[in-house]
Design a binder for this molecule. Structure first.
Ligand SMILES: Cc1cc2nc3c(=O)[nH]c(=O)nc-3n(C[C@H](O)[C@H](O)[C@H](O)COP(=O)(O)OP(=O)(O)OC[C@H]3O[C@@H](n4cnc5c(N)ncnc54)[C@H](O)[C@@H]3O)c2cc1C
Length: 424
């Protein structure tokens, strides 16, 4: 074999996995299709300090520290959730990815940019990959390895090759780096409403004075039931028009949208193969954040890969321990988030406004500020379930979605005709 491990994808999950495997002395090849790691930017770069620590990336990537959120209900009522502590940081995501790539290289992994894996095939004792270099079909390279790791994002070639099901939902996002004179530098702003974010939410994350990241998302299911366009870019315009005071003077500097996969993948391994990060749906179903879960899974993926290499056992049975490991660490959080998301999806704008009104008291605001955790939404959700109004919705819709929803958590895309213009 040319290499012990081929990692497909040089994003954060791929580089963190490659770093930890190479650090154990194994020969690792990372194939990244783009010419520059981290680009094009497809992220809003809002993470917890815990996630930053886990990545081992330096604090130099921090652009801003945020002390809470203003949540705008569909009826424009504002829930003020600004506290004293720092809930999350806005980072320079390109620099973050590049620092992780350097960590992988420093540990001994070979990082090959402009290298797109276009074909995989089983060979005795491993896998052979065909890699297209640059834009030219004529310059191809073949690499053989004992183990392939699919860290290749939401449309993972490795997952398709293994025949594993698609994520149950995909959120289509349009976001942008913008100039925004009225930005409140200390807080994130969250906007709820089917008019501009059916099945998802919209946000403003300030990065520096007068600069922010603004975005909105839409799911096929959300757009379908709200009868709204499925094109996130169109909905971004609706968002800006719906809040003229907030978005006064907005100027888009750079578009940074993309696709988020959501679901709990029932299988993230196969013979000689493991999946990690977005490729394995390691994302939070409520916020879509994928960096923390991807990095947690990367740690476990590297551990499983190293054990497999040491035991010289690449069977599905041996590698299935990885599934148990990551489900044990974050599986509950993902399925719990998915259930709460189903409750949210079943609510009308009026019901969401009612809940925001209900929560807008010193008692509930204090409770939210105390238990809010960017990486573990279930902690706060379990406290909010004590609210009578929320509990009613949760019990009724939660039970319905629990019965109906499990196939959607694990299976293929939910049924329903895609609305016109749905863009992934
Ligand atoms: C608009 C947007 C905003 C987001 N905001 C946040 C946020 O604020 N906080 C947060 O935590 N998360 C956020 N996320 C999610 C986060 O960006 C992802 O969860 C994270 O990037 C996943 O990392 P990854 O390494 O698994 O995949 P990716 O970052 O997608 O990396 C996959 C890599 O694989 C490469 N690749 C794909 N196919 C091939 C191939 N065949 N051959 C070679 N290379 C290949 C790609 O070029 C890419 O570099 C956001 C996502 C989007 C779309």
């Amino acid at each position: 074999m040319d290499y012990d491990v081929l990692v497909v994808g040089g994003g954060p999950s791929g580089c963190a996995t490659a770093r930890d495997i190479a650090a154990e002395g194994f020969k690792v090849f990372v194939a990244e299709e783009h010419s520059v790691v981290g680009e094009p930017l497809q992220c809003s770069g809002f993470i917890s300090s815990r996630a930053l620590q886990l990545s081992r990336v330096s604090n130099r990537v921090i652009l801003n520290e945020l002390k809470g959120a203003l949540v705008y209900a569909p009826d424009n009522r504002i829930l003020n959730l600004v506290g004293e502590r720092i809930y999350g940081v806005a980072i320079d995501r390109v620099a973050f990815d590049q620092e992780l790539a350097l960590q992988a290289e420093a540990a001994g992994a070979e990082l090959h940019s402009s290298s797109r894996v276009v074909h995989l095939a089983s060979i005795p004792g491993g896998i052979k990959a065909r890699i297209q270099k640059g834009c030219s079909v004529s310059t191809e390279q073949e690499v053989s390895c004992r183990l392939v790791i699919g860290a290749d994002g939401h449309s993972s070639l490795v997952a398709k090759w293994l025949g594993l099901p698609h994520p149950s939902q995909k959120v289509s996002i349009y976001s942008a780096e913008v100039e925004l004179p009225s930005t409140n530098e200390q807080v994130v702003e969250i906007f709820l409403g089917q008019w501009f974010a059916p099945g998802w939410f919209a946000w403003v994350i300030p990065t520096r004075r007068g600069l922010a990241r603004v975005g909105t998302g839409v799911t096929k299911q959300g757009a379908f039931s709200a009868g709204r366009p499925g094109c996130a870019r169109q909905l971004f315009t609706s968002l800006v028009e719906a809040h003229p005071d907030i978005f006064k003077g907005l100027r888009v500097l750079k578009s940074t949208g993309g696709v988020l996969p959501i679901g709990l993948m029932a299988q993230s391994y196969g013979p000689h193969a493991l999946l990690v990060g977005d490729a394995a749906c390691h994302t939070k179903p409520i916020s879509g954040g994928g960096l923390y879960l991807g990095l947690e899974a990367a740690r476990l993926c590297a551990e499983a890969a190293v054990s497999s290499l040491k035991a010289n056992d690449y069977s599905s049975k041996f590698l299935s321990r990885y599934q148990r490991d990551w489900e044990g660490k974050v599986g509950k959080e993902i399925s719990c988030g998915f259930m709460h998301r189903e409750v949210f999806l079943n609510m009308s704008d009026q019901e969401i406004s009612n809940i925001i009104t209900f929560l807008d008291t010193p008692h509930w605001r204090r409770l939210i500020l105390k238990y809010a955790d960017l990486d573990y939404h279930s902690i706060l959700a379990s406290k909010l379930a004590l609210a009578p109004l929320w509990a009613q919705r949760f019990l009724i819709n939660g039970l319905i979605s629990f019965v109906n929803g499990y196939s959607r958590i694990t299976g293929k895309s939910s049924k329903g005709t895609a609305p016109d213009g749905f863009v992934e």
